[in-house]
Design a protein around this ligand. Structure first.
Ligand code: ZN
Length: 291
C-alpha cells in the first residue's frame, strides 16, 4: 500500500547548512515522499556567536533556508530557534561566565520574540551538553536552561531539549524542571531519544525518536505523542554521522507496506503528535505539496 494521499510525512528534527547540501538534501527527502521538516538552527560559522547580532544573523539564515526549501522544493520547513547550549562552553572561555550567560539569555529572548512573531514554531535546541563540562560551566548551563524553559512558557510554544540519553529518572527530573518553570511537560520534547519509553514513564515529556529501523518498529505501535527524527546534520565533512534526510519517508513507506502495521500508525507521529504538542496540524496542499 502506498502512503495515503493527504498524509504529511514529517522529520521532527534536522539541520541544514548553506555550506552543506542544503536544498539538494531536501530534494532527496521530497523524492522519497517527505513533506514537512522541523528545521533546527545551528552555528553556521566555525566559531560560536559572541554577540547578539551574530545570533540574529544565525536565526536569519535558518529562516532563509526554510523559505528556500518551501519555494524551491515544495517542502514546508518550520524553524526552531535558540542559542545552542554547548555554545556556553566556548563563550564562557572567551567572555567569562557572567557575560556568556547574559548573551545566552538575550539570544533566548530573541528566539522567544521570533516565535511570538510567528517566524519560528519552537525554542530549541536548549538543555545540557551531552559530555562532561567544568562545574563552573554546569552552573551557567543550568541557569540558561531555566531561562529557556521560562521563555517557552512566555512565548506559549514547545521547547526542544538536547541532552545526553536520559533514564526514566532523567525524564522525570526534566518534567519537574518544566513544571517549576510553569511549563507543561507535554510541551517539552526530548530530541534524539534512542530507546523506547514505556507509556507513562516519561513524566509527560515527549520523545522524538531517532529513526533507526529497529527503534521505529519498536515504537510505531505506541500511542502518542511521539515524533520521528533524523537529526540530519548536513555536514559534508561528517557523512553518515547521523541518518540521511531521506530516512523518515523510507521508514514510513515500509510501515505502510507492512500488513502487520499499516499506514494508520503514521498519523500518530506525523499528525496527532504535532497537533498535541504544537497545537496545529501540518497540512497537505491540493497537489500533494506541503503548505
Ligand atoms: Zn540537532
Amino acid at each position: 500500500m502506498p502512503l495515503p494521499r493527504g498524509l504529511p510525512v514529517v522529520d521532527h528534527h534536522c539541520h541544514l547548512s548553506p555550506r552543506g547540501e542544503g536544498v539538494r538534501a531536501v530534494e532527496r527527502f521530497r523524492a522519497a515522499g517527505g513533506t514537512h521538516l522541523f528545521l533546527a538552527t545551528q552555528n553556521y560559522e566555525p566559531t560560536v556567536p559572541l554577540s547578539l547580532d551574530l545570533y540574529a544573523r544565525q536565526f536569519e539564515t535558518t529562516c532563509r533556508l526554510a523559505r528556500q526549501v518551501q519555494e524551491e522544493v515544495g517542502v514546508r520547513a518550520y524553524p526552531v530557534l535558540a542559542p545552542y547550549p554547548i555554545d556556553l562552553v566556548s563563550a564562557s572561555k572567551a567572555l567569562g561566565a557572567d557575560t556568556a550567560l547574559d548573551l545566552h539569555r538575550a539570544a533566548l529572548d530573541l528566539a522567544g520574540r521570533w516565535v511570538r512573531e510567528k517566524r519560528a514554531v519552537a525554542i530549541g535546541e536548549v538543555g545540557r551538553p551531552h559530555f562532561a563540562v567544568p562545574d563552573s560551566v554546569t552552573a551557567v548551563v543550568e541557569q540558561a536552561f531555566r531561562h529557556a524553559l521560562a521563555v517557552a512558557r512566555e512565548s506559549d510554544c514547545p521547547v526542544i531539549v538536547h541532552s545526553a540519553d536520559l533514564s526514566v529518572d532523567g525524564f522525570r527530573e526534566l518534567a519537574e524542571r518544566a513544571r517549576e518553570a510553569g511549563l507543561r511537560p507535554e510541551r517539552v520534547v526530548k530530541h534524539y531519544t534512542r530507546s523506547r519509553l514505556e507509556p507513562g514513564a516519561s513524566g509527560g515529556i515527549v520523545p522524538s525518536y531517532l529513526a533507526r529501523r529497529d527503534l521505529v518498529r519498536e515504537v510505531v505501535a505506541g500511542t502518542g505523542p511521539w515524533f520521528l527524527e533524523t537529526d540530519f546534520l548536513d555536514d559534508p565533512k561528517r557523512p553518515g554521522a547521523v541518518l540521511d534526510l531521506a530516512t523518515i519517508p523510507r521508514r514510513a513507506a515500509a510501515i505502510a507496506q507492512d500488513p502487520a502495521l499499516g499506514a494508520e500508525r503514521l498519523y500518530v507521529p506525523f499528525v496527532e503528535s504535532v497537533e498535541r504538542v504544537y497545537g496545529w496540524r501540518p497540512e497537505i496542499g491540493p497537489e500533494g505539496s506541503a503548505e
